[in-house]
Design a protein. Structure first.
Length: 77
């Protein structure tokens, strides 16, 4: 599965799917996603998570680019 960079932000302050994603409980899907850092072009392995927002399950990959700076990716296709 291909993953596309969506957004990045500081720990506790990042909007994804129109909400502050840190205010929701993430369920670890026990999968990893190979993603490309949008600034440096290096490949990283991030965990895949699910959250329920307004009754709808949403999947995303997330991880820290650096201390307290998070990156978020969505599945393509």
């Amino acid at each position: 599965m291909a993953w596309k960079f969506e957004t990045s932000g500081l720990d506790g302050q990042c909007e994804l799917f129109g909400v502050n994603i840190f205010k929701y409980r993430w369920r670890d899907c026990r999968e990893t996603a190979a993603v490309t850092d949008p600034h440096y072009g290096v490949e990283k392995m991030f965990h895949v998570y699910e959250v329920e927002i307004d009754g709808q399950l949403r999947r995303f990959a997330a991880g820290e680019f650096s201390n307290c700076v998070w990156g978020f990716y969505l599945e393509q296709g």
